[in-house]
Design a protein around this ligand. Structure first.
Ligand code: VGL
Ligand code: ZN
Length: 201
């Protein structure tokens, strides 16, 4: 058993990121047995859930003429436009039924503001609006986080880098993650994570 200073954070293991989903990540569902097993090794367990309103600004469908996976400039910087995914209350936004959700201490929803996306579990994409997760972890005495989930090169990487910047020790268990890999984003984010001091295990 890991000490109570270590948290497991499982990112966005939802139907829309699994095969057949609206923003399917190849092999996304393959990680579930490993994530389920890891929960038994941690005393602090957090699940995140991508949770967008239907009018979310990260959806290509809400930008007339824009193609999914194109990039637009938002007031907070460049933003990839995604297929409509993880709309609040839909079946695609639900956790995969194979994921053990009962052991979770906290379920953190993110991306609920229409005007801004939130890849990271700590800050929205303006890199300044907090989700509250930092306070939750610190007030529970957590100093190290282990990240797993979907997708390696977006929500896992952004969360890992933010956690490292906040001063947490950070490990990403790559075998319990799967990537979208858009235009080399997996290699770029692996390097960015390593540069930020994240340990890729
Ligand atoms: C994610 C793109 C859009 C993720 C969420 O969970 O990695 N990626 N929304
Ligand atoms: Zn999203």
């Amino acid at each position: 058993m890991r000490p109570a200073t270590e948290a497991l954070i499982a990112i966005d293991i939802q139907y829309d990121f699994c095969p057949g989903g609206a923003l399917a990540v190849t092999g996304g569902d393959e990680i579930i047995p490993e994530v389920n097993a890891l929960m038994d090794s941690f005393q602090v367990r957090v699940l995140t859930q991508d949770w967008h309103p239907a009018n979310h600004s990260s959806f290509a469908a809400n930008h007339p003429g824009a193609a999914p996976f194109s990039v637009v400039d938002m007031p907070y910087g460049p933003q990839v436009l995604w297929p409509v995914h993880c709309v609040q209350g839909t079946s695609g936004a639900a956790f995969h039924a194979g994921l053990r959700t009962a052991p979770a201490d906290l379920i953190l929803r993110k991306g609920f503001r229409a005007s801004i996306d939130s890849y990271s579990a700590f800050f929205e994409n303006d890199q300044s609006t907090p989700t509250g997760l930092e306070g939750y972890l610190r007030t529970r005495g957590v100093s190290h986080v282990t990240l797993v989930g979907l997708a390696t090169d977006f929500c896992v990487a952004y969360s890992a880098i933010d956690a490292a910047r906040l001063g947490f020790g950070v490990t990403v268990i790559e075998s319990a993650c799967r990537a979208i890999d858009l235009d080399g984003s997996l290699e770029a984010q692996r390097e960015a994570m390593t540069d930020a001091g994240v340990v890729l295990a």
